[in-house]
Write a protein that binds this ligand. Structure first.
Ligand SMILES: C[S@@+](CC[C@H](N)C(=O)[O-])C[C@H]1O[C@@H](n2cnc3c(N)ncnc32)[C@H](O)[C@@H]1O
Length: 370
């Protein structure tokens, strides 16, 4: 159970054993499933819009070790090794399938690929076809019927409600990827909408984005990671860090926020190991290298209260503290802080500009200790 307090030093913490709150993985009956890296080729169905694809790809690379990731069409990518057990914790990848084949975007070609494939599966199947972002000229209903027919000819039974195997047939632009579903995102982000939390303040981050930022910051170290948010506000990033399996620790300069974040964490992570304190992000009560990653959403100047600093000093000071306590960081802000990040001892690995609404673009800085 977590704790909201002041005056204690957090210590480095590694490999803490606790019940996984991570996910409730959907059971997909597949011999290769249980989380190990398998060197097949995979199809990734990416979430979000076209602008989100580079962001989604980096999340999959960092948090699910997707290697040789290559975008092949709108919303679709292929990758080699994937840590399948981490896929349920991703935000911007919907599904991962083991690739049967890649063709042009015609049903006849997809049928030919399936007819030629060796299939070492038995039992019931469902074929689900998608026309990703309506970019292909194809009838998904016809595709499901015709590819289903191929499988019935090969002695499968069809069960649309609870199949043993699901064949994904994804059309996008002039490409079709056919594959067996092996893992999917366990989203449920809607159930954690900021307005439904016990403690809510305007400006709270959407859970799907918060999860992606946590994954970008701590991905390779998850789930046995300690993730620190030094400006935790209502705790949105900490909730997602905890649900991804990490030990979540946070601080906020305002008592109201520290208490509110603790209330939210208690609600969503009742059995997990977390801590929230009231404190200044530029002087954290944390030992050097106490965390695997720092992730934070800096005040936007207009909305958030800035305690005791000019904004640039606050962000610079917080980044310098972050570099002392962790080797990786994701900073989310309403402007670029690239120069400030470099001055604070970080190398900028990637940067994204993500439009939230007409008057807010989020700048996402993915940082590695220089
Ligand atoms: C943009 S909000 C964070 C929102 C948060 N990600 C959420 O989902 O609710 C920035 C937070 O920084 C906090 N803050 C401002 N100055 C601070 C300081 N010097 N040290 C720690 N926190 C500070 C504010 O109280 C505010 O809660």
């Amino acid at each position: 159970m977590g704790d909201c307090h002041t005056g204690r030093q957090w210590q480095p913490h590694r490999g803490h054993a606790r019940p996984s709150t991570a996910t409730g993985i959907r059971a997909i009956r597949h011999p290769d499933w249980q989380g190990q890296r398998v060197t097949s080729v995979y199809c990734l169905e990416l979430a979000g819009e076209a602008d989100d694809e580079a962001f989604a790809a980096l999340e999959a690379e960092r948090a699910a070790s997707a290697s040789a990731l290559s975008r092949v069409a709108p919303g679709l990518a292929t990758a080699r090794g994937v840590r399948l057990g981490r896929v349920p914790t991703l935000a911007y990848t919907h599904r991962v399938s083991e690739l049967v084949g890649r063709t042009d975007a015609s049903i006849a070609s997809a049928v030919a690929v399936l007819q030629a494939a060796s299939i070492e599966r038995t039992g019931s199947v469902a074929v689900r076809a998608r026309n990703v972002r309506s970019t292909a000229e194809v009838s998904t209903a016809s595709a499901e019927r015709e590819l289903g027919g191929v499988l019935v000819e090969r002695d499968f039974t069809v069960d649309l409600d609870d199949p043993d195997h699901e064949l994904r047939v994804c059309f996008a632009d002039d490409v079709c990827l056919v594959g067996w579903l092996v893992a999917e995102r366990n989203a449920a982000f809607g159930s954690r909408a900021p307005t439904d939390r016990p403690f809510f303040q305007p400006g709270s981050m959407a859970p799907m984005d918060a999860r992606a930022y946590v994954n970008l910051a701590a991905g390779p170290a998850l789930p046995d990671a300690t993730v620190l948010d030094p400006m935790c506000g209502t705790g949105g990033l900490l909730i997602e860090a905890g649900l991804a399996g990490a030990r979540a620790i946070g601080s906020d300069a305002q008592w109201k926020m520290a208490r509110g974040a603790a209330e939210n964490l208690d609600h969503y992570l009742p059995d997990a190991d977390w801590d929230v304190v009231r404190g200044d992000a530029t002087e954290l009560p944390v030992a050097d290298d106490a965390a695997d990653a720092v992730v934070f959403d800096a005040p936007y100047g207009r909305q958030s209260k800035i305690a005791g600093h000019e904004l640039a000093d606050l962000v610079g000071g917080a980044l310098a503290e972050a570099a002392r306590v962790a080797p990786a960081c994701v900073l989310v802000a309403d402007r670029s802080w690239v120069d400030v990040a470099r001055d604070a001892g970080w190398e900028v690995e990637a940067r994204f500009e993500r439009r939230v609404h007409r008057s807010l673009v989020r700048h996402v800085h993915v940082l590695r200790r220089a």
